[in-house]
Design a protein around this ligand. Structure first.
Ligand SMILES: *[C@@H]1O[C@H](CO)[C@@H](O)[C@H](O)[C@H]1NC(C)=O
Ligand SMILES: *[C@@H]1O[C@H](CO)[C@@H](O)[C@H](O)[C@H]1NC(C)=O
Ligand SMILES: *[C@@H]1O[C@H](CO)[C@@H](O)[C@H](O)[C@H]1NC(C)=O
Length: 301
């Protein structure tokens, strides 16, 4: 009985296994057929490339490119729609919004219809829909994030220093995706150029991945340096501080105008400039310039 039972078990096992194999084959071939069918079914019309991005991050003022990768587009149209107000921006190559920052173009080699948004503004942030004119319509959504970098000149917005001191203005740009091409400094609206003034140094350097610092150093500040200093990057808003150079204990505002002939500050600069121990090239040039100025003044009187 035991043996018979075992044999029965074995034979029923074999039968079961055979069934299993048959079912497996059936399922497999059936499955394969289904995959092929689904494949052809899926690919008879346009479809979105599943690798197309859904999230684009760009910096204020730069151009954003929103890709929509559609395979087998055939003769269907591709429209870009702004979700915020359902405004149709483009249909194929045509722009349908009275804002020429929006434009769509096709790159044939990658089957990509790209929406270009020039000079991105904060209000451009949000969702965009790439719609294909199939029936029913097919849509792919992309979110545009707009990064707005921060800019500031460190310290107070009004700076008070004594005549002869060294002033260092640090303009710091943070949270930026792109380093500015340049950062200009303006003094009361006039661009500050290093080679115009021997006592000024301007230096720009990236710090980390999203920060840039531009430093303006004024050696031997004097009342002529008074005024509004503006740090103005190529791609961002500017930041300003007002510098007051105090003569002695008195606020600069109490001094006579810089055009009046008061030799005293000049003499103090000269003596400083002639301090030979510290006769660095800028100081030397400064001393020469001052000596010439004073000489011409003496000759004029
Ligand atoms: C999109 O990208 C931004 C910036 O990189 C990120 O903060 C945000 O979480 C992302 N959103 C999604 C849905 O991935
Ligand atoms: C697009 O192509 C299909 C088949 O090739 C055709 O039947 C249809 O009329 C075409 N549609 C347009 C708008 O040209
Ligand atoms: C400094 O100059 C900038 C640029 O001209 C201007 O926007 C800003 O208002 C000025 N600041 C002061 C305090 O005058």
């Amino acid at each position: 009985m035991k043996t018979l039972g075992a044999a029965t078990t074995t034979s029923s096992g074999v039968v079961a296994m055979t069934f299993c194999v048959l079912i497996f084959l059936q399922l497999c071939t059936g499955g394969e057929a289904a995959v092929v069918k689904r494949f052809t079914g899926l690919y008879t019309g346009p479809y979105f490339d599943p690798t197309t991005t859904t999230n684009i991050t760009t910096q204020l003022g730069t151009h954003a490119y929103l890709p929509c990768k559609v395979k087998q587009l055939g003769n269907k149209s591709v429209s870009w729609i702004r979700r915020r107000d359902a405004h149709i921006l483009t249909v194929d190559r045509f722009t349908f919004i009275a804002d020429d920052r929006f434009q769509a173009f096709l790159v044939d080699s990658t089957d990509t219809w790209t929406l270009q948004v020039k000079y991105v503004q904060p209000r451009d942030a949000g969702q965009y829909e790439c719609q294909v004119s199939t029936e029913p319509k097919m849509s792919h959504f992309i979110t545009l994030n707009v990064v707005v970098p921060k800019i500031e000149i460190l310290g107070e917005s009004e700076i008070y220093v004594k005549t002869g001191s060294t002033v260092s203005l640090k303009c710091v740009i943070t949270q930026s995706l792109e380093e500015p091409a340049y950062i200009f400094w303006y003094h009361d609206g006039n661009r500050v150029l290093e080679f115009d003034r021997s006592l000024i140094n301007i230096n720009m350097e990236p710090v980390g991945t999203d920060t840039t610092v531009s430093t303006l150093v004024i050696f031997h500040a004097h009342p002529e340096d008074n005024g509004n200093y503006t740090c103005s990057p190529s791609n961002l808003d500017s930041a300003s501080v007002v510098l007051h150079v105090l003569n002695g204990e008195y606020p600069a505002a109490m001094q006579r105008g810089k055009n009046s002939a008061s030799p005293i500050p000049g003499w103090s600069h000269l003596s400083m400039g002639l301090g030979l121990a510290a006769c660095t090239p800028p100081r030397f040039a400064f001393a020469v310039a001052l000596s010439l100025a004073i000489l011409s003044q003496l000759l004029a009187t």
